[in-house]
Write a protein that binds this ligand. Sequence first.
Ligand code: RIB
Ligand code: CA
Length: 305
Amino acid sequence: MSTPFIIDTDCGIDDAVAILMALLHPEVDVVGVSTLSGNVARDQVTQNVCELLASVGRGEIPVFAGATRPLLREPVSAKRIHGPTGLGLVELPATSKAAEDADAPTGIARMVREYPGATVVALGPLTNLALTLNLYPDVVSGIGSLVIMGGALGDGNVTRFAEFNFYADPEAVDVVFRSGVPCTIVPWDACRSVRLDREQLAAAVGNQTHRGELVQRLQEWVFRAMEERLGMPFAAMADPIAMAVAMEPRVIAAHHDGNLRMELGCTTMRGASVRWDGGGMDIVDAIDIAAFSSLLQKLFILPTA
Ligand code: RIB
Ligand code: CA
């Protein structure tokens, strides 16, 4: 019995790896992908997703283009980490596959209604989800599980206080948090400790398959960026970790029931995740790195069931 997955993405390098993981998992049925600006601009993200799906023979999966910019803020990007196209050094084969006519909020609502109880995995800023929830409030009850990569309870990765996805569109995060949709938050704090170097990544995904070799080619830009910035090469695995949490929660080493509010100011605190009273959000605190690596091996190296 497979679970319908809807993936919302600002397809950069780690998004692409996460999408490949979902396509490979035998108990996951990717029923649609929506795109928005984040790591790179929306149209580039849409091209990345269409080319990625077509390159692995999954061109039938519908792609819905979404927000070109945050609800209120000026757009930001992460080209220094993901490269000018968002896929680092990788050039995927051109494809005739294009986005559907329907925009992302319409597409997400359509897929949730067609697949009630679906898992939604948010890998970029939450602009599309906020627009969807504001336009189609019935979606709140139709989503089975919303897994969000975003936020930082400790040090952020854009500012001292904020992680990229939440920093990019804090108002959208506020809309999603206040909607009451049940969500699992995979914050930067849980991801930053998973630092696979080239050898560890090669051991996890191998290069016996096209997809394993593609993951290593995708991550090479990040290895070089991290080596330049921090003096040590490691892969960007935030979105793959969030996807792993959505597919196999056994990779979670620690989590807690909590509640967060979003700092909306224009101060240095913009996009900070503020611990709040009450619960209702499943917040991941730590990842079992061995379980995560073994999931990658199961998906990329061992034959899928
Ligand atoms: O902070 C990490 C997140 O920002 C990831 O989703 C990465 O792809 C970027 O979008
Ligand atoms: Ca992302």
